[in-house]
Design a protein around this ligand. Structure first.
Ligand SMILES: Nc1ncnc2c1ncn2[C@@H]1O[C@H](COP(=O)(O)OP(=O)(O)OP(=O)(O)O)[C@@H](O)[C@H]1O
Ligand SMILES: [Mg+2]
Length: 267
């Protein structure tokens, strides 16, 4: 390896998630074509591009919602292809969805508690005959769930039904529920959609705090103010294909990215 390459990869940190040559087609639609990427551990990695560029499909491949037609995928050195989504959650991969998926009839607190189910420290028999470990676990989860609701600015609404929340707050609740799985990698599909300016500012701050906790973040987003202010790396897709990758400044200045997506936004 040349000195340059070695220092470049050192500067970026080791990759937590690596994809090589991912493909996904739906009938005749090539939603993701030959996508390779390396997401540095501890980074906020943004994926941007026009509508239909394949961003959500890429996230679905990374989370295991879909399996690729071709390509390889590794998380902390472990192969993911063929592994279903629920097993990836146990490895530390959590996500939110572009189309919100909450338990609308349950309270906010219950929605976050649902995220903890993969980590209960309770022997199975205690579910039938609740004893010490059950109640300790129960109290600890409720405390953590409340702390997560506080983290996303929803502490005062813990007992409301999730379905009664405005759209933007439902998105923040989804983040709290994903955090309850204690992820190493958190993937967010358009978290700023439907948020007002104050909520976007809170989201930006919380993304920085999530990174400060050592959690790696992949964020698909159309809000370019958010992306350019928070991302360490920006990966640009168009028509299912790789278009460009770089630091926010490089992306904003790239003529191909401007032509395909950004237009006059940063001119
Ligand atoms: N389940 C599916 N079945 C058939 N076609 C699909 C499916 N999911 C995605 N597609 C198609 O794949 C292409 C990429 O879609 P995708 O949702 O990944 O784009 P996107 O970049 O997330 O767009 P947006 O910014 O609008 O969310 C589109 O042409 C879309 O219609
Ligand atoms: Mg999408």
């Amino acid at each position: 390896m040349s000195g340059n390459l070695a220092s470049a990869s050192l500067a970026a940190g080791p990759a937590l998630l690596q994809a090589q040559g991912l493909h996904k087609s739906f009938g005749g639609v090539r939603a993701v074509q030959d996508i390779s990427l390396a997401v540095p551990a501890g980074a906020i990695f943004a994926v941007i591009g026009p509508n239909g560029a394949g961003k959500s499909t890429l996230l679905n491949l990374l989370s295991g919602t879909y399996q690729p037609n071709a390509g390889t995928l590794a998380f902390a050195g472990r192969g993911l292809v063929g592994m279903p989504a629920h097993k990836r959650v146990r490895l530390g991969i959590a996500r939110t969805f572009q189309k919100i998926r909450l338990f609308k009839q349950l309270t906010l607190l219950e929605n976050v508690l649902a995220g903890f189910h993969i980590h209960h420290d309770v022997p199975a028999w205690q579910y039938f005959l609740p004893a010490g470990a059950f109640w300790r676990d129960f109290r600890r989860c409720r405390e953590e769930a409340r702390a997560l609701l506080d983290f996303v600015g929803l502490a005062d609404e813990a007992q409301k039904r999730a379905g009664a929340l405005p759209y933007g707050r439902q998105r923040m609740l989804e983040i709290a529920r994903a955090m309850a799985t204690r992820p190493k990698l958190l993937m967010l599909d358009e978290p700023a959609a439907g948020l007002n300016a104050a909520e976007v500012a809170l989201l930006l701050d919380r993304l920085q705090q999530i990174r400060a906790r050592g959690i790696t973040v992949i964020v698909v987003e159309h809000n370019m103010d958010l992306v350019m202010n928070v991302a360490d790396r920006v990966f640009v897709m168009d028509h299912g294909e790789y278009l460009f990758e770089g630091a926010p400044r490089e992306v904003q200045a790239n003529p191909r990215v401007i032509a395909a997506y950004l237009g006059g936004e940063f001119a």
